[in-house]
Design a protein around this ligand. Structure first.
Ligand code: ADP
Ligand code: MG
Length: 267
């Protein structure tokens, strides 16, 4: 081990950043900096998520959680450092491989973000119609299958305005899953939902992860999501991750900064 490696923080240290884990790394943040004007959002962020892992990020509002996710899909580019997905640098990857990579990722937006002029079924079908040449009857079958998977099989012909908040969220999930992605990014999947529906969405995310063996990165405000979904979790604060550990260790930590943050959570 080199002197530099020896100086790197380790699990349990406050500044351990989750950069060193065993297994095939699928998503990597390597010294990522991102600012908007004078606002420094990500500061030398390191993170390595291995294949099959469910990594969760907690952090106060406005700390850069959504910004993190947007780097993974290549919607934002790092100012310094890089984000790689399956070895591809997301700032420099060319258009065709980027399309290919994006088809391997599902993005579940914070607001279900359904197009209100399309039925639930057509909303779910959208990524397939946009990124594949799949025949229409196959698309319809696939949409039914995903709506069943998220436990809202009867919503195919419903308009978004006819659905409850929890149902919209499930339809949004089905849309994120429609391309059978290897990687799913969840942006605050339980934001704005009451505790009971939040809990059912968390269990659904876990079920999807176990059944489809996907790799996921979830950003959340809710401890329930961490408890149910996370294999590892970290706190995003000051532009980088802290206290990266298993969910139990994280939620029961006596580190003052973490206790203070978790104490502010409503759940
Ligand atoms: N495209 C953008 N242009 C300018 N500022 C942005 C942009 N995207 C995010 N920000 C700012 O970056 C900070 C982090 O945003 P965000 O990642 O959305 O926070 P959150 O942790 O709540 O998801 C916020 O201050 C936000 O205003
Ligand atoms: Mg956000």
């Amino acid at each position: 081990m080199s002197a530099v490696e020896q100086e790197r923080p380790h699990a349990g240290d406050e500044d351990y950043d989750g950069a060193e884990v065993a297994g095939d790394v699928l998503i990597r943040f390597d010294g990522v900096h991102k600012s908007f004007g004078p606002k420094r959002i990500l500061v030398d962020m390191d993170l390595a998520i291995v294949k099959g892992e469910n990594f969760t990020v907690m952090g106060p509002s406005g700390t850069g959680k959504s910004v993190m996710l947007r780097h993974v899909v290549g919607l934002l580019k790092a100012d310094q450092g890089k984000v790689t997905v399956d070895g591809n640098d997301m700032s420099t990857v060319r258009r065709e491989p980027l399309r290919e990579l994006r088809s391997r990722m599902g993005y579940v937006f914070q607001e279900a973000a359904l197009l209100n002029w399309l039925s639930a079924g057509d909303n779910v079908a959208l990524p397939l119609r946009e990124t594949t040449d799949m025949p229409e009857d196959e698309i319809v079958d696939r949409v039914h299958e995903k709506l069943a998977l998220v436990h809202v099989p009867d919503t195919y012909d419903k308009m978004p305005s006819e659905l409850s908040g929890g149902m919209k969220k499930r339809v949004g999930l089905a849309r994120g899953l429609i391309t059978d992605p290897e990687i799913i990014l969840y942006d605050e999947p339980t934001a704005g939902l009451d505790p009971e529906i939040s809990s059912s969405i968390n269990h659904l995310i876990r079920e999807i992860s176990d059944r489809l063996s996907v790799t996921s990165l979830t950003v959340t405000h809710h401890m329930g999501t961490v408890k149910t979904v996370a294999d590892r979790v970290g706190l995003l604060d000051g532009g980088r991750l802290h206290f990266v550990s298993g969910p139990e260790e994280f939620l029961n930590s006596t580190e003052p900064r973490l206790v203070r943050f978790l104490g502010d959570r409503l759940d």
